[in-house]
Write a protein that binds this ligand. Structure first.
Ligand SMILES: C[S@@+](CC[C@H](N)C(=O)[O-])C[C@H]1O[C@@H](n2cnc3c(N)ncnc32)[C@H](O)[C@@H]1O
Length: 259
């Protein structure tokens, strides 16, 4: 939908949709643009995707050639940013990985199957071919909130341990439920209803100061902290009309480096 609106350029997402989501998208596509453009959810997603895209661009410019997407879901960066010399790794549950591999275009990432709750992402990645002697960018987009805090700490700590100096991590955090405006809380309730039955309930909700402490406490040096709303101001095209001012300012994006 964001590609239709000219906010992103993702020609790969649509073909990876499961039929029910495809039906939702074709329904929404029939709505007038000005109605779609009122969505705070789309505004937040635009900010999030563009900020993580920006982290990939900066990492590649810094000669990082291994990009690891943890909890990748149907991420399309392996194709959008794919080029000779850059190796993508995607880690997720086995069921998600297999379904994705069926729907996705050829080529792309090395698929790594692991359950972050009980398995070590670091071990799985090294077994899957990650070169520990070379720096990597580790992306955790829309994932930390679905894991227990102890799991996030363990995974970030272990990745920090195997990561070569110069490696980077980019991660977003969901704020406590009562943070933000009335509209933000209403949006959260709607999203919870939409997700009901998916098994995806929030486990880790955390404010900005705690988020920074968490990442630093796992051995990473924080280099940038920004709210999702600020990221939207920086990165989402104004002409899109998306309500960037209504994005929950308490959602946090953190970038860090292994020094
Ligand atoms: C909301 S989706 C985000 C997907 C993608 N990163 C994005 O931003 O579009 C959360 C992803 O985390 C994965 N995930 C959640 N818990 C996990 C776990 N314990 N082990 C592996 N993957 C997990 C889910 O399967 C899902 O693909």
């Amino acid at each position: 939908m964001l590609t239709d609106m000219g906010v992103l350029a993702d020609p790969f997402a649509a073909r990876m949709l499961i039929p029910s989501m495809g039906a939702v998208v074709s329904l929404v596509r029939r709505m007038p643009y000005r109605i779609r453009a009122q969505s705070v959810t789309l505004a937040g997603l635009a900010a999030r995707v563009l900020w993580f895209d920006h982290q990939v661009t900066k990492a590649v410019e810094a000669s990082i050639e291994q990009i690891v997407v943890v909890g990748a879901g149907y991420d399309s960066r392996a194709w959008r940013f794919g080029r000779p010399g850059i190796q993508f790794f995607e880690l997720d549950h086995s069921g998600t990985q297999r379904d994705k591999a069926r729907r996705a275009p050829g080529g792309g990432p090395k698929y790594i199957e692991a359950d972050l709750s009980g398995q070590s992402a670091a071990d799985a990645l090294v077994q899957g071919g990650l070169d520990e002697s070379q720096p990597s960018l580790f992306i955790f987009e829309g994932v930390s909130m679905y894991l227990d805090e102890a799991v996030v700490r363990r995974q970030l700590g272990e990745l920090g341990h195997i990561a070569a100096v110069g490696s980077r991590v980019a991660i977003d955090f969901q704020p406590p439920r009562d943070a933000g405006t009335q509209r933000n809380r209403r949006q959260l309730r709607l999203q919870q209803i939409a997700r009901a039955g998916s098994g995806e309930g929030f486990k880790l909700v955390i404010d900005r100061v705690e988020a920074v402490e968490l990442v630093q406490g796992c051995g990473w040096e924080v280099t940038a902290v920004i709210s999702m709303r600020e990221a939207a101001h920086d990165l989402v095209r104004r002409e899109s009309g998306l309500p960037v001012n209504s994005i929950n300012d308490n959602k946090t994006l953190v970038a860090a480096v292994r020094s």
